[in-house]
Ligand binder design. Structure first.
Ligand SMILES: [Zn+2]
Length: 102
């Protein structure tokens, strides 16, 4: 029997499965071609990409470049799934930030 637990809070989700939500995320570089064609293999293009990546590395803002495409899958309990929907990027909505001076 497959065992499922919430990837966020660790809650046991094996029983029934009614409380289990599967979250699939796919991230990819918007500029990357979905399928490689002969044009994409053009040397100039590859050099251009390499130069672009070098510039990114030199800028220091992205020391660890993410992979061009990444698929993630999570099992979540209903509570964590709801929390995710409220803050998909792991933070509160900007409007909720409190800038009141102290
Ligand atoms: Zn959970």
């Amino acid at each position: 029997m497959l065992h499922y637990s919430c990837d966020q809070c660790g809650k046991d989700l094996s029983a029934g499965g009614a409380d289990r939500f599967v979250l699939k995320m796919e991230g990819y570089a918007a500029g990357a071609p979905a399928e490689l064609t002969d044009d994409d293999l053009d040397t100039d293009h590859i050099e251009e990409m390499a130069q672009l990546l070098e510039e990114l590395e030199e800028s220091g803002t992205e020391p660890d470049l993410p992979p061009v495409c990444k698929k993630l899958r999570f099992d979540l309990c209903s509570a964590c799934f709801r929390k995710f929907l409220l803050a998909p990027l792991g933070r509160e909505p900007v409007s909720k930030f409190d800038f009141s001076p102290n």
